[in-house]
Write a protein of this length. Structure first.
Length: 247
């Protein structure tokens, strides 16, 4: 059965994340037109919505996109959460909004909530390994936002182990500064820092400032900061493969 896809991101006052989502949505739509509809489809099969800071609640955005899907003669929508961590948004907020949308739509169309992007661990580890190519470093730090929920950081620790990196968090310990100090004390002076963030925004801007500050404080270090994941040309391919596996 033909499906449309709705990419759900967190939402931000910064325009950069939405521009990146729009680019991913266009890339995915072009791919799905080939694999699902051939040349007969001219309308986009992919939309985007935000959990927070949107013009309407997420449930209303889903409802609107579902009505658009019905106008194309499509009776199934796949919801793909663009989230890297399994926090409250993924486990509670988005499922609640999807349920509200389905109730308001009735049985004419099916809304399917798929596992969040961060659950694609193998593909993400390959993506990170591709990002790491070309950097002349002795050690890597995988920097994630971090979670205070019990077990909330296990996936990040597992991913860091897969790519042979130390792990640090932006919002909880251990932080990046302490990790950099540990590596310097262990004799590693060329350190790569991988921000495990999908899009550029205020947090990634703050990370840039912190890395510059750490470079000034530790003049013997060489700190190499990679850009957020949306700068990688491989992210679009990962999103397409993920989406196609859900259809």
């Amino acid at each position: 059965m033909l499906s449309t896809v709705l990419l759900v991101s967190h939402g931000s006052r910064d325009r950069r994340p939405q521009l990146a989502v729009d680019k991913l949505a266009q890339q995915l739509s072009d791919r799905l037109k080939v694999t699902q509809g051939g040349d007969s489809l001219t309308d986009s099969l992919v939309g985007s919505a935000v959990l927070e800071l949107g013009p309407t609640p997420l449930s209303a955005q889903i409802h609107q996109f579902a009505e658009y899907s019905l106008s194309l003669g499509i009776h199934r929508v796949q919801i793909l959460p663009l989230f890297l961590l399994p926090g409250v948004h993924v486990g509670e907020d988005i499922p609640t909004e999807v349920e509200l949308a389905q109730k308001s739509l009735g049985t004419e169309i099916e809304i399917h909530l798929q596992p969040y992007l961060g659950s694609q661990r193998q593909q993400l580890s390959v993506l990170l390994e591709n990002v790491m190519i070309g950097y002349d470093v002795d050690a890597w730090i995988l920097l994630s936002h971090g979670s205070r929920r019990a077990g909330g950081n296990e996936a990040i620790a597992h991913l860091a182990h897969k790519i042979n990196a130390s792990v640090a968090y932006w919002s909880v310990a251990p932080g990046m500064e302490s990790r950099v100090q540990e590596l310097l004390q262990a004799g590693y002076h060329r350190i790569g820092i991988l921000p495990y963030f999908l899009f550029s925004g205020r947090t990634t801007d703050a990370i840039v400032d912190l890395v510059a500050n750490l470079g000034d404080r530790f003049p013997d270090s060489q700190l190499h900061l990679t850009p957020p994941l949306d700068h990688s040309p491989h992210l679009g391919d990962l999103i397409c493969t993920w989406a196609e596996s859900c259809l």
